[in-house]
Design a protein around this ligand. Structure first.
Ligand SMILES: Nc1ncnc2c1ncn2[C@@H]1O[C@H](COP(=O)(O)OP(=O)(O)OP(=O)(O)O)[C@@H](O)[C@H]1O
Ligand SMILES: [Mg+2]
Length: 250
């Protein structure tokens, strides 16, 4: 059975409808990429799955995670799942770090909030930093966000998202601010997670990233899925004019 099934998702912000009948499935150990122009609704899909929509948002449809419809859960039940069973790398992640706490303590806290009894939270945090491609992780553990470059902060946020080893990772342009060699490390991490049976929903505007790690891809336009398929098929024989246009642009 699929880990995640999104069924006929509609989303409004106030009067404005921004997602129209979005349906897709994500299997275990699969990487599904979402591409599409700015404003097409990519982040809105991830926020719907994560349960982090702003108050003015209204949603209909079903979001089944391991068979449970997330839209029917209470906020408390969602909070237990969020971070532990599904992690998220936010677009512009730096704004999610607290300037007053060291990055290490923030990663540790993300772990401790779900596993308060586990004494190894510090080791778990450092391990997550290493996996996220942070060199000399122990040294960086005690630093504050402003002492780190944008690329390092981005990797700290990736560490936060994976520290509980969630089975689903939602990643919104996770490699955009990173230089090529660091980007390679993150893509390696994603492949490693897939090998471990984890599933990833990956938003990117970079077809190079799609080609490197994607199993399947969804193309969004104005809140609608205009194309969906195996990455190789879509690259080889895009069926929608909009996909052709996106592919021609690279
Ligand atoms: N909090 C919000 N309130 C009202 N409208 C919003 C809100 N967030 C997003 N929107 C609108 O919803 C639509 C989809 O936005 P979304 O951020 O999901 O797009 P995106 O594909 O992630 O774009 P980008 O590539 O620029 O990140 C846009 O028209 C956007 O203006
Ligand atoms: Mg976005």
């Amino acid at each position: 059975m699929s880990l995640l099934i999104v069924e006929d998702l509609d989303l409004w912000y106030g009067e404005k409808k921004v997602l129209h009948g979005i349906s897709f499935e994500l299997g275990e150990g699969e990487i599904l990429c979402i591409v599409g122009e700015s404003g097409s609704g990519k982040s809105s899909i991830l926020q719907s799955v994560m349960g982090l929509l702003p108050p003015q948002a209204r949603l209909s449809g079903r979001i089944l995670f391991r068979g449970t419809d997330l839209t029917e859960l209470s906020e408390g039940e969602r909070r237990r799942i969020r971070g532990r069973d599904m992690g998220m790398v936010f677009q512009e992640p730096s704004s999610y770090l607290d300037p007053l706490f060291t990055v290490g303590s923030q990663i540790e806290e993300a772990y401790r909030s779900h596993f308060p009894e586990d004494r190894s939270s510090r080791e778990k945090a450092i391990e997550a930093m290493r996996r996220a491609g942070i060199p000399r992780a122990e040294e960086k553990f005690g630093m504050f966000p402003h002492q780190l470059s944008g690329g390092l902060k981005q990797r700290v946020c990736i560490a936060v998202s994976i520290v509980c080893q969630p089975s689903l990772l939602l990643a919104d342009e996770p490699t955009t601010a990173l230089d090529v060699s660091v980007q390679k490390k993150i893509l390696q991490l994603f492949r490693k997670l897939r090998e471990e049976g984890k599933s990833i929903l990956l938003v990117t505007h970079d077809f190079g990233v799609v080609a490197e790690v994607g199993d399947r891809v969804i193309v969004l336009k104005e809140g609608r899925i205009v194309e969906e398929g195996d990455v190789f098929r879509v690259f080889d024989r895009p069926s929608h004019d909009y996909t052709k246009l996106l592919l021609e642009a690279i």
